[in-house]
Design a protein around this ligand. Structure first.
Ligand code: ATP
Ligand code: MG
Length: 574
């Protein structure tokens, strides 16, 4: 009872949001005014790892817990900023011992274990380019990334290294394989080297344009691209984490994303620690009860997750949530896919808080459009551009369109988070830019109040009887029906109409599929969305195909439907 009181008290503290007045800030914003928000080692020299961790040493945050780690079996470890600082220093010294050169690529292939976090920081601190991969990758996906990036070192474990063994012969540049448990043969004993290494390291002061980290995009639509980010992103990650995620010193922050995906890097390591957050990392998989238990156990206050997780929590039902004390929560955010209005309504009812949707891409280096804690949410909208970001809807020639018109979502470069390049694919990089705009490849609409509404990925838009229909709104209409848990909507080739709308629907637990239900769902969309944009075909399925970051793979549904090639499948969830 005492604990409950304390937690409710936390929310009642009524923490004032970091960004108090969006409109004012947007109007007068200049990047140069905020440069001092991050740590500069010398004039115009920085290191993003130093900014995230080392700068806290010698301050009140030095002995604050930076990382609360819980393993799959419930094991628990805590690390202070001082400890993360020393461990990352040690790893930087290990890289020095093995004569890694500045700018060389050092990759991690690990489960969400503490070693991942501090070795990633150690690599950046050293001046190497730190790369991450999802631990679910198979040998081919691992090979593609290590080969393309020409990685010289890899940190992994004795299970995952078996997949590397299958392709190692084809990777002559990969000289050093560090194994965190039971190394064999020529593999290097990670922990032995860490023990031998000094905890003191003089980090490199680097140029803002120097490469800091790279990762391959989640590959929802095609072959993954190696996106390179520069040290200058530190400012972008810091300010977005501060204003969108609203991190304060009193918060316990939980970003559920794996560092194999950019969210797990920018907001699971760099931007969050730059703001001094105490971060929770859970190494296990999604499980509604376990997730709630973690929030309760660690009194999580800020929770950053993805729409797919919110929909799965909905599927587990309100009763599951009610078994736990979740009153510590004060701010909820979501990213990765459009967040349908239904989960927002649900979270408001169950947690007493709405999820705040935000939009960004691996390439943008951080959140570019968001719902801010101090701004009114319009459910289903991505929100408004981050101060310092000029976003617009443009036509195919790069001409700005007026409010209410659907078109290409574009951003005006530069901003500090924008990628440096696509590794070894200059042409692919150049293709992002048109008439002074950076094109996201997504279709969206801006309303008269400046809110942006996601319509669909460029290649997910359905063209039916001369009309363009985005899958998102049809999916949202479907999941607002009480029998539906998730829906994936695609255009199915049709001789007469070009395409017809087809919906793949996952029903809630206990609902029986039937033709009558199909009719009911069609009527529901007609009534709640639009008469012309209802799904002519509905198929009930057990589960939707998704990426490892949890995004619905509409291209897989489409390929299956029309017998097309699946393309690159490396990032599919297994
Ligand atoms: P690839 O570019 O290789 O196909 P990907 O686009 O899935 O992979 P990411 O960079 O992880 O790789 O995802 C960015 C994309 O995710 C955006 O372009 C958009 O399509 C989608 N997205 C992210 N956040 C949101 C959001 N809040 N609302 C709608 N869509 C979103
Ligand atoms: Mg993309």
């Amino acid at each position: 009872m005492e604990i409950m009181k304390n937690r409710s008290y936390l929310r009642k503290l009524r923490i004032e949001s970091n960004l108090k007045n969006y409109d004012e800030m947007k109007k007068h914003f200049k990047w140069s005014k905020f440069k001092k928000e991050i740590h500069w080692m010398e004039k115009d020299k920085l290191n993003t790892a130093v900014n995230s961790v080392d700068k806290h040493i010698g301050t009140v945050r030095e002995n604050k817990v930076a990382l609360i780690w819980e393993g799959e079996k419930g094991e628990e470890k805590k690390f202070t900023f001082r400890e993360i600082y020393e461990l990352s220093n040690r790893f930087a010294n290990v890289l020095k011992k093995f004569k890694i050169k500045k700018g060389q690529r050092v990759f991690v292939l690990l489960q969400r274990v503490p070693e991942l976090y501090y070795s990633h920081l150690g690599s950046i601190k050293y001046g190497a380019v730190a790369g991450t991969m999802f631990p679910a990758f198979g040998p081919d996906a691992i090979y593609d990334r290590l080969e393309n990036s020409e990685a010289v070192a890899l940190i992994t474990d004795s299970e995952l290294v078996k997949r590397v063994d299958e392709v190692k012969k084809k990777l002559p540049k990969l000289k050093h394989i560090f194994v965190i448990d039971k190394p064999k043969g020529k593999e290097i004993d990670f922990h032995k080297e860490m023990e031998k290494a000094s905890e003191h390291f003089k980090p490199k002061a680097l140029n803002p344009e120097d490469f800091a980290f790279m990762l391959y995009t989640s590959g929802t639509t095609g072959k993954p691209k190696g996106v390179l980010h520069a040290h200058r992103s530190a400012l972008y990650e810091h300010l977005t984490a501060k204003w969108v995620l609203d991190i304060h010193d009193t918060d316990v922050y939980w970003c559920t994303a794996d560092p194999g995906w950019v969210t797990g890097i920018a907001y699971g390591i760099l931007g969050s620690w730059s703001n001094g957050a105490t971060s929770l990392v859970y190494a296990g998989r999604f499980d509604a009860e376990k997730w709630y238990e973690l929030i309760q156990k660690y009194s999580v206050t800020i929770w950053y997750t993805a729409p797919t997780a919110v929909r799965l929590l909905m599927g587990a039902g309100e009763e599951t949530a009610k078994k736990f004390d979740l009153t510590s929560l004060r701010h909820l955010c979501s990213v990765g896919e459009p967040l349908n209005p239904e989960p927002i309504k649900w979270s408001l009812k169950v947690f007493g808080l709405p999820f705040h949707d935000n939009f960004w891409q691996t390439e943008t280096g951080g959140i570019v459009i968001a719902n801010y804690p101090s701004m009114k949410i319009k459910a289903g909208s991505m929100g408004k551009p981050f101060p310092g970001i000029h976003a617009a809807i443009v036509d195919d020639e790069g001409k700005e369109l007026t409010a209410g018109k659907e078109g290409n979502l574009a951003l005006k470069p530069p901003w500090p988070g924008l990628m440096k390049t696509i590794w070894k694919q200059k042409k692919r990089f150049d293709k992002y830019f048109l008439n002074k705009w950076y094109l996201t490849g997504d279709k969206a609409m801006k309303d008269s109040e400046g809110y942006f509404w996601f319509v669909g990925r460029g290649d997910d838009i359905i063209k039916t009887s001369g009309e363009r229909v985005g899958p998102f709104e049809v999916e949202s209409a479907l999941i607002s029906h009480p029998s539906v848990l998730e829906a994936g909507v695609i255009g199915k080739p049709d001789a007469l109409k070009g395409e017809i709308i087809k919906a793949f629907v996952v029903l809630r637990k206990g609902v029986t599929p039937s033709d009558a239900l199909k009719n009911e769902l069609q009527m529901h969309v007609k009534k709640n969305y639009a008469g012309h944009a209802y799904p002519r075909e509905i198929e009930f399925i057990e589960e939707l195909p998704k990426t490892q970051s949890g995004k619905i793979l509409r291209r897989v549904l489409k390929a299956k439907e029309s017998g097309l090639d699946l393309g690159d499948t490396s990032t599919f969830a297994k």
